[in-house]
Design a binder for this molecule. Structure first.
Ligand code: PLP
Length: 425
């Protein structure tokens, strides 16, 4: 029986605990799991039977979360990781070899730009950053060594929307998987697999957990990509030396990516989610649909109020008719284009600093996707080391703050912004 999204948020991947009847998913705080006998152990290590060996690989609490997120995204399988950044490496790991590259959007989260431009080079991988609003530019950047395209559904910080259908057509034409970071939308607002994505990555740190308690990540595989077609993905579709020569795609079909990520990725990279974090995220997801509804309602109200305010120069929310992404948002995120956007103030850099210091309900933090409203001034914090010109091209101009609108009463959010704008003027 298939259920609607809001029901899956509460029930997918979990059943009463078979050992105790516990209704909530227990935190299986155990490193290892006892084998029934030597034959059982051999079957588990051969992937001939699914079960639990050691919590670096799999754990019942973490597996429940993976199954729930896979269901919400409409994927075949998922693997949980220690952070969103870990999930990005885990998504690339089975696809890449030294000398291969990805083509990624210039509008990615700053931390991802950093990971892709510098850190992955240590593995012999590289990223070409291009404007993902331009499918021709994406196609032109693809070469024989390209192994994936990578973008975000709703781009952080400015809220730009990626035309996932158009980008997936470019990926399909090139025979490459499209990886979509769906952190800022959550599967409630967009399910990228329905728009042609192969892999979906999440920072569970944000809306999935939803209350700023957990650092975690998830990779969901659609199960639909043919890893064997091109000969470009030997880890998945040729004998894998890291797993006694198993051809994962031949042996496991739609679950090849998920099993490789657990049996090789988590085993050898060890970027594993802990069971306590998985438990918090499972509880967070129970209210995902309710929270996201309120997040987008509040964001729309606050963005409209800010745009009409004479102290404000501009607002980037795609829910506003003034946004160049307004029409696209209706196709990609029909229930609302998230709750993350930037506001430019007429009072400039100094005004932004005063605004951040005067806000009382908003928390000044480097985070997003919390029940609480959050604010950050990139120019004086995350983008401090860049020149004003570099900041402007990164969408982090000196006179702009990023807001992550929470689920408080919108009148209180607006009142707080109003008094802080007075102080900043
Ligand atoms: C926060 C974030 C990440 C990184 O996630 P962590 O859990 O902090 O490692 C990746 N992508 C986006 C869009 C994010 O907002």
């Amino acid at each position: 029986m298939t259920h609607a999204f809001d029901t899956l948020c509460i029930h997918a991947g979990t059943a009463p605990d078979p050992a105790t009847g516990a209704r909530q998913v227990p935190i299986y705080q155990s490193t290892a799991f006892v084998f029934r006998d030597a034959d059982h152990a051999a079957k588990l290590f051969n992937l001939a039977e699914v079960g639990y060996i050691y919590s670096r690989l799999t754990n019942p609490t973490v597996s429940a979360l993976a199954a729930r997120v896979a269901a919400l995204e409409g994927g075949a399988g998922a693997v949980c990781c220690s952070s969103g950044h870990a999930a990005q490496i885990m998504a690339l790991f089975p696809l890449m070899q030294p000398g291969t590259n990805i083509v990624a959007s210039t509008r990615l989260y700053g931390g991802t730009i950093q990971q892709f431009t510098n850190t992955i080079r240590k593995f012999g991988w590289s990223a070409k950053l291009v404007d993902f609003d331009d499918p021709k530019a994406i196609a032109a950047a693809i070469d024989d060594n390209t192994r994936a395209l990578f973008c975000e559904t709703i781009c952080n910080p400015g809220g730009a929307i990626s035309d996932l259908d158009a980008i997936a057509r470019v990926a399909n034409h090139a025979g490459l998987p499209l990886i979509v970071d769906n952190t800022t939308a959550s599967p409630y607002l967009c399910r990228p697999i329905e728009h042609g994505a192969t892999l979906v990555v999440h920072s569970a740190t944000k809306y999935l957990t939803g209350n700023g308690t957990v650092t975690g990540g998830v990779v969901v595989d659609s199960g639909k990509f043919d890893w064997s077609a091109s000969g470009k993905f030997p880890s998945l579709a040729a004998p894998e030396p890291a797993y006694h020569g198993l051809n994962f795609h031949a042996a496991l079909g739609a679950m090849a990516f998920t099993f490789h990520s657990i049996a090789v990725g988590l085993r050898d990279l060890g970027m594993t989610m802990n069971p306590q974090g998985a438990h918090y995220t499972l509880m967070g997801i129970e209210t995902l649909a309710l929270r996201m509804q309120r997040h987008v309602e509040n964001a729309q109200m606050v963005a409209e109020w800010l745009e009409s305010d004479p102290r404000v120069a501009s607002v980037t929310y795609p829910g506003l008719k003034s946004s160049p992404y307004h029409q696209l948002a209706k196709m990609i995120t029909p229930k609302g284009p998230g709750a993350l956007f930037t506001v430019a103030l007429k009072s400039g850099y100094e005004g932004c600093v005063k605004l951040v210091d005067s806000l009382k309900l908003f928390s000044h933090v480097a985070n997003l996707g919390d029940t609480r409203s959050l604010v950050i001034h990139p120019a004086s914090t995350t983008h401090r080391q860049l020149s004003p010109e570099q900041r402007a091209s990164a969408g982090a101009a000196d006179n702009m703050v990023r807001l992550s609108i929470g689920i408080e009463d919108p009148r209180d959010i607006i009142a707080d912004l109003d008094q802080a704008l007075n102080a900043s003027a």
